[in-house]
Ligand binder design. Sequence first.
Ligand SMILES: *Cc1c(COP(=O)(O)O)cnc(C)c1O
Length: 393
Amino acid sequence: MVQSFNPPVRTLMGPGPSDVHPRILEALSRPTIGHLDPMFVGMMDEVKKLLQYAFQTDNELTIPVSAPGSAGMETCFANLVEPGDKVIVCQNGVFGGRMKENVERAGGTAVMVQDPWGRAVDLAKLEQALDQNPDAKIVAFVHAETSTGAQSDAKGVWELAHKHDCLVIADCVTSLGGTPIRVDEWGLDAVYSGTQKCLSCVPGLSPVTFSERAIDKIKNRKTKVQSWFLDLNLVMGYWGEGAKRAYHHTAPVNALYALHESLVMLREEGLENAWKRHAHHHQALKAGLEAMGIGFVVPEAERLPQLNAVSIPEGVDDAVVRGRLLNEFNLEIGAGLGDLAGKVWRIGLMGHSARAENVIFCLSALEAVLGDLKAPIRTGVALAAAQSVYSAG
Ligand SMILES: *Cc1c(COP(=O)(O)O)cnc(C)c1O
């Protein structure tokens, strides 16, 4: 007979999901109430306020989409792209490719600006594409490319897009809560994120925020949004202010308790402190990895602290190492994607995973496995290197 499923306790240091804090898991198990219950509606309003804080925005339309980050992505493109619209898509990894798919499925034309995987978006190339495509309506880019660990200059993208009268769609799935995002200051028009990365919540929700400019475009569409579920004109009636909330779909009630708790925790810690914490543990992990002789893929100035893409040492079998880390140490790290498959590991320090015990544990487990495999690394130095970062405070 099939029994209850009891997952092992793992340490999650891949590209997401990250370790979920016990407080958030506990919130998830609180009693389910109706999604139109006034108590629940009150909590939804708090979630919106807390998300405005996390995104650093006053945007009224700031809500969690009831589905994972990919649905937040699709919400942005399905609502903002009308058939015939030209969209400039900056691609420097896997997720920019999905943006292209989204543009085309919404009936738009994607003009691709390609950058090498592992580098930030090149603003000069973007400017050239904008000059060559004066009829472009939207610029889309990935702020934190989880497939490579590169971070792009969001403010720089907006400045160019704005000069050319374009709206900006930003993928901030991995950046929210982990590295600075200032939606209003940076002028981003449509931003989507996810709950299972630096918010350390369970997977399955996608916080999004839309500027007034974006809402104008959505309200003045000539054609209906092709997706009924993601049509913001309908979703706004559900998440809108006030008591007369119209049924649209059944909100994932308990998952929203979890998101509420994770945002309360972010508020308690303070957004800037959370950004600093990610940077600090990144420095310790980096010191340890480099002491071992393991190098980073992304140039230092463009690196994300919460996603560390590092080169696999010569002659080492990627899958063997990740398999042993999982089976012998209950530790998950991420594999490379696309062109980087088999060449890099992606070590996540997201949300609750960004703490000293994870850094020290990951370095020791990796050293144990690589040492056993006689890989070309320096042993016996990584922990001291990481600890010296912590001792310096
Ligand atoms: C994880 C991720 C997504 C997709 O989120 P899901 O919750 O897996 O659907 C999109 N963009 C980036 C940059 C991501 O890291």
